[in-house]
Every structure is written in structure tokens, then in C-alpha cells.
Design a binder for this molecule. Structure first.
Ligand code: F1P
Length: 338
């Protein structure tokens, strides 16, 4: 089938337009004062929980304020293990704005007068009705079940939110170069993604990322599962040595989302996995299999790790004769009776 007939392909390839809108919308929004809260909780489900993991790490790193991520279902059913008596800002993230766990968790948070709510979504739906502040990015909307353009647009939005709430206008300004940098990476490395994705000699994929990149590793791992039905797992970089590396062989791909700050320690893990026979793929600002060459600071360029890995999963799905637009058993939104 012609790859351009797949919604997923077109959504991945067009995503930088949604990144640009995410920046415009977030920068035009009035945001809460970080100093007004003792704790910030980010929440979502599946992909948007992984986005929350990335966001919480970034928020705490930039502001020095406590932040954590929990799945919507946990915030709804086990809120005592999450919330305290402290003044809390809840950032609820949802592509659809209708996922039951997330909607109900926010309703409960408000009913208990726990604090204020920011919603980041691609649709103005029921979730937005309970928000004090709404950040809506319509250009992130997509037909496919597996999130790609939507996830990236919401990640750019939450990155800009973290930078602005940290008072880092320098970082916000630098983010203006993200769409152009994204187009360059996609244009230069799509064929590399295709060659990796179409190699059926690989039967297992591991995605390594630390700090804010761990949430991104979880997300691209989910793309590999949803689109290709392949065994894959995400890990913090140094954790991979503590057992999981026993799975590395010549059929394994180990993808490393290298940071600037800890590159030496992270690259050593990749070198060791290559010596065990694994195929390693390094993504970094420079000197890597996939170099961004963006000139954008590490903390706010995380979205650049996504497109080539989304394309790798897409091409593997098509090579396996699957339909990346319609993953096995899945629907775009999980609706439950509570
Ligand atoms: C979240 C969700 C994820 C799932 C998939 C589709 O919906 O259903 O649970 O992993 O990515 O999206 P939403 O609350 O973000 O709309």
C-alpha cells in the first residue's frame, strides 16, 4: 500500500505544524504562578501518562518545585497515595479531553477543593469544562488511534508551560526554532528510520532515556507495541544493566536518547550493549546516529527525539503487514462506567 494512504504517516510527517501552534497557544495563555503551589501533579492515561512523566521531571528540574506524574486511574481511585494537604496544581493532559479516568479524576480533585487545574488537550471537550486554564491545540488532532502528532503537540505545550512557569523566557524564545529543527531531522533521517523499521531480523526493542527523556522513552516504546505488536520495553539508562540487558543479542535494538549533561555515562551503556551484539541507535544533539544539530537547549528540545522513532515504528508496522492506523484491540479513547 502507498504509505501516504495511512493517516499515521501523514500525521507524523505534518506534526511540526502542530508544534508551532502549541507554542503560539501556550505563549498566549495566562499561566499560574509556580510559587503559589507546594506540589504540581501531572496526569493522563497511556500516552498522556507517559507525557506526564516527562513533564513532571522537566517541571521540577526547571522550577525546583516538587512535581510528580500519576495515571488518571490512580488519581481517581488511589488519590490518598498521590495528594497531600499541600496546595496543589493539577495539570491534566488528554488528546481527546474525554478519557473517563482523567475526566473523573479532575472532577474529584475539584470537588475536594484540592487546588487549581490546567488542561492541555487537542479538543475543547468535557475535560476542559473543569479547567481554570485551558491550552487547546487543534492542529494536533488526528485520525489514528496511536498518538503521534497529538502527543508531540501536547509535549511542546507542556515544555513551554514549564519554561514559562520557571521564568525562563530564554528557553521559551529558543523553542521557536523547534519546528524548523524537526523538519530537518525528519527530512534527513526518515530513510534511516525506514531501514531500521523494515529489518525483520530485529525481534526486540529497548528504549533508554533518563530524567524527562524517560517519559519519552515510555511513549516511543508504546508506539512500537501499539503499531507493530513487538516485544519492547523502556528503561532509565543505568537501570538497563540491572537485569534487563540479559535480553540483548543480535536481534535486539537498543535506542538511547542521550542527554548533554550525562552523555558520558549514557553512551557507556550503549557501548556495552553493542559489545553484547545489540544494534544501538543513539539520538543526541550531535555526534550520534540521529543528531539534531538544533542549537536548542537540552531541556526544551525533547520533542526532537520523537519523529524518527515514530517513523521507525510506522515502517515496521507496514513491513509486518499490519495497519498502523488501527492497532490491535485498541480504540482512540477509553470510556468506562464509573
Ligand atoms: C489516551 C489514550 C491512551 C492510549 C492511546 C490513545 O487518551 O487512550 O490511553 O495509550 O495513546 O490515547 P487521551 O486521554 O489522551 O485522549
Amino acid at each position: 500500500m502507498n504509505i501516504e494512504t495511512y493517516h499515521t504517516y501523514n500525521e507524523i510527517k505534518s506534526q511540526t505544524q502542530a508544534w508551532a501552534q502549541a507554542l503560539d497557544v501556550t505563549n498566549a495563555s495566562s499561566l499560574p504562578n509556580a510559587g503559589g503551589y507546594d506540589m504540581v501533579v501531572f496526569t493522563g492515561c497511556g500516552s498522556t501518562y507517559y507525557l506526564s512523566l516527562a513533564a513532571a521531571a522537566l517541571y521540577q528540574e526547571l522550577t525546583g518545585c516538587a512535581a510528580r506524574a500519576v495515571p488518571g486511574g490512580e488519581l481517581l481511585l488511589n488519590s490518598k497515595s498521590v495528594l497531600t494537604h499541600e496546595k496543589t496544581l493539577l495539570v491534566a493532559i488528554s488528546r481527546s479531553g474525554t478519557t473517563t479516568e482523567t475526566v473523573k479524576a479532575v472532577e474529584k480533585f475539584r470537588a475536594e477543593k484540592r487546588g487549581d487545574v490546567v488542561v492541555i488537550s487537542n479538543y475543547d471537550e468535557i475535560l476542559s469544562r473543569n479547567a481554570d486554564i485551558n491550552i487547546i491545540i487543534p492542529k494536533g488532532q488526528e485520525e489514528s488511534v496511536a498518538q503521534t502528532r497529538s502527543f508531540a503537540s501536547m509535549y511542546v505545550a507542556v515544555t513551554a508551560l514549564c519554561a514559562r512557569m520557571a521564568g525562563r523566557d530564554d528557553l521559551v524564545d529558543a523553542m521557536g526554532k523547534l519546528p524548523e529543527a524537526g523538519n530537518w531531522v525528519i527530512g534527513k533521517y526518515e530513510l534511516f528510520a525506514k531501514s531500521l523499521g523494515e529489518n525483520m531480523g530485529f525481534d526486540r526493542f529497548y528504549f533508554l532515556g533518563s530524567s524527562t527523556r524517560y517519559g519519552l522513552a515510555c511513549e516511543v516504546n508504546l508506539k512500537m507495541k501499539e503499531m507493530t505488536l513487538t516485544h519492547s520495553e523502556p528503561f532509565h539508562f543505568l537501570e538497563f544493566r540491572h537485569g534487563p540487558m540479559s535480553m540483548v543479542n543480535q536481534n535486539a535494538v537498543v535506542v538511547g536518547m542521550l542527554s548533554d549533561a550525562n552523555r558520558v555515562h549514557e553512551a557507556k551503556v550503549l557501548t556495552e550493549m553493542s559489545a553484547l551484539g545489540g544494534t544501538v541507535v543513539a539520538l543526541a544533539e550531535s555526534d550520534a546516529d540521529i543528531p539534531f544539530e538544533s542549537g536548542i537547549p537540552d531541556s526544551v528540545r525533547g520533542v526532537l527525539y520523537l519523529p524518527v522513532l515514530q517513523l521507525m515504528a510506522f515502517y515496521r508496522s507496514v513491513a509486518k503487514g499490519l495497519n498502523p492506523d488501527r492497532p490491535n484491540h485498541l480504540t482512540a479513547v477509553v470510556k468506562l462506567e464509573f
